[in-house]
Design a protein around this ligand. Sequence first.
Ligand code: ATP
Ligand code: MG
Length: 397
Amino acid sequence: MNTNHLYLIKVGEISLKGLNRDFFEKRLKNNIKAKIRGYHSHIITQKGRLFLEIDASCPQEVVEHALSTTFGLVGYAKCLRVAKSEEAIREAARTLMGEEPFKGGVGSYKAESRRADKHFGFTSYQLDCILAEEVHRIHPDLVVNVREPEMTIYCEIRDRAYLYTSPRAGLGGLPVSTAGKGMLLLSGGIDSPVAGFQMAQRGLRMECIYFHAYPYTSDEALKKVITLARLIAPYLQGTRLHVVPFTDAQLHIKAKAKSDETTLMFRAAMMEVANMLADKSEALCLVTGEALSQVASQTVEGLSFSDSYSERLVLRPLVGLDKAQIIETARAIGTYETSILPYEDCCTIFSPKHPVTRPDKEQTRANYDALIMEPFLLEAVANTTTYDFSASGQLIE
Ligand code: ATP
Ligand code: MG
């Protein structure tokens, strides 16, 4: 008896990557495997497809979670693999008729076949007819509807015949770790987890940084960020969260800076620390959740000012998005409910009533430099603590 389950995986953009295809496919395989550790499995590659064979003891939710959170695949389906013979295909079709979604035997359906192997003895149309015969043999009440069927039985003829009925959409994008590494500035808000998701979609691997101003920001605020890091970890293929104690730096800024410039000063200080941590982690860029004009510091002038304190490229994948669009993604990836928990992040508590929105870069830089932040920043980096999260989204104790 076969004790493995088989999943057909459709790869998207990476199948177009020409000479680099092997590199992208290898990453994708490793990324999937990282989420099903502990279960015997192997993945084979075919043109435009991967096949994941996994021990049947692995719960379906675990496989589905792995495949639905991994960038680089556009779809997947649990499938049956049988010999390329008419009888074997008929038998597989009958097996699928006993399972969801066909099991109940009511509603409309269609059969959809394709031949990657053009030498196969039947055309796609003939195969569709064969499948339809078996469907009707088991479920005589089902009606064909080729335009808007409620259910579909698929058959792909390749090295063997593959049949399935429940394809799911994947995330698309590119496998994480094909685009180098960055540092995500992860606050407790709605935006930055989405920013991390967006950059992971383009293959960037990321570690996260959270600036914590205890006791001005509570333990609950830290717990919330830890939860957010855990929630995005599967998309990021695992991550490390650096928690930077920022209270002394912020108090110094609050005491010494002009009050309408405090937010800008915090942001410059964050950029400097993020660059120091990026040095240690060998990351090439920073990622933030800023969007143009969303808040006072996110003007072109404000962003240019904070950019000037980063030696590294600062990626802002949300820069042109509306809050409504960002919220939509936050809901889809499951971070929204956590992000809206009420614990304030440090910027809210320390933010001035009338912040400067259009800083003069040279003047504001001079004001920042006069604060002599370096000792505070070095101290903050030295006292940074880390939390690690696995690709399947567990905090590694
Ligand atoms: P978010 O919803 O991500 O908190 P926001 O709209 O509240 O963003 P800001 O608070 O100005 O905007 O923060 C802009 C970006 O700066 C955040 O998206 C995040 O990348 C970074 N950031 C802000 N505060 C922190 C913090 N305490 N720790 C780490 N990064 C932060
Ligand atoms: Mg915020």
